[in-house]
Design a protein around this ligand. Structure first.
Ligand code: ADP
Ligand code: MG
Length: 190
């Protein structure tokens, strides 16, 4: 199993990571995101949708356990939040099993209890809030990082971006042959 770690110091960094990851994503990729509330799971998926050119998130008509992002390539990105899903019957109603690995790249928050239902080929992205290193020198951001941050601010309609003084440690792991193969091309310079 391949595993790669990156430290995101801002929402812009998270969007840059999402952009890099969007480039290795396959049409059948299944991605589990883990991390506590507020870690940045949804922000990462928003970064994916944005990187692939989605302008407006299409909200599911029923309730937002699932969101679909239509992107100009003609693909649909699926995004599930299974926080409130308690058993396999409820999971069935979300439609996850009908689309994951079939209809388009699929991102799943809080999916750990159901991981075994989705086959053996998938990515796991673990996001942990970590304290900023008080001794680290401030690193001037390059122009590219600034434009990412500006885009992040524009896209961020929840709380104030980058205001919680924590970095995010992202650990990407690939399980299964296909995911491992895709991950070999994955790098990101923050
Ligand atoms: N480096 C970072 N990466 C991602 N989000 C960050 C970062 N720094 C601060 N944030 C903030 O943390 C929050 C993450 O929220 P969200 O993505 O909804 O979390 P989750 O889906 O894991 O519950 C957002 O308000 C975002 O602006
Ligand atoms: Mg979320």
């Amino acid at each position: 199993m391949e595993s790669l770690a990156f430290t995101s110091k801002s929402l812009g960094d998270t969007f840059a990571l999402a952009k890099a990851f969007s480039e290795v994503l396959g049409p059948e990729s299944i991605v589990f995101l883990s991390g506590e509330l507020g870690a940045g799971k949804t922000a990462f998926v928003q970064g994916i949708a944005r990187a692939l050119g989605s302008e407006n998130p299409v909200t599911s008509p029923t309730f937002n356990l699932m969101q679909e992002y239509d992107v100009p390539s003609g693909q649909t990105i699926f995004h599930f939040d299974l926080y409130r899903i308690e058993d396999e019957d409820e999971l069935g109603e979300t439609g996850l099993l009908d689309v994951a690995g079939i209809e388009g790249p699929t991102f799943i928050e809080w999916g750990e209890p159901f991981q075994s239902l989705l086959g053996e080929d998938f990515f796991e992205i673990k996001i942990e809030r970590v304290a900023e290193d008080a001794n680290a020198e401030a690193v001037p951001k390059d122009a590219n990082a600034e434009s990412n941050d500006a885009a992040a601010d524009k896209n961020n309609n929840s709380t104030v971006a980058n205001s919680d003084h924590f970095n995010r440690l992202f650990t990407f792991s690939a399980h299964g042959k296909e995911a491992e193969k895709l991950t070999r091309g994955f790098t990101c310079k923050l």
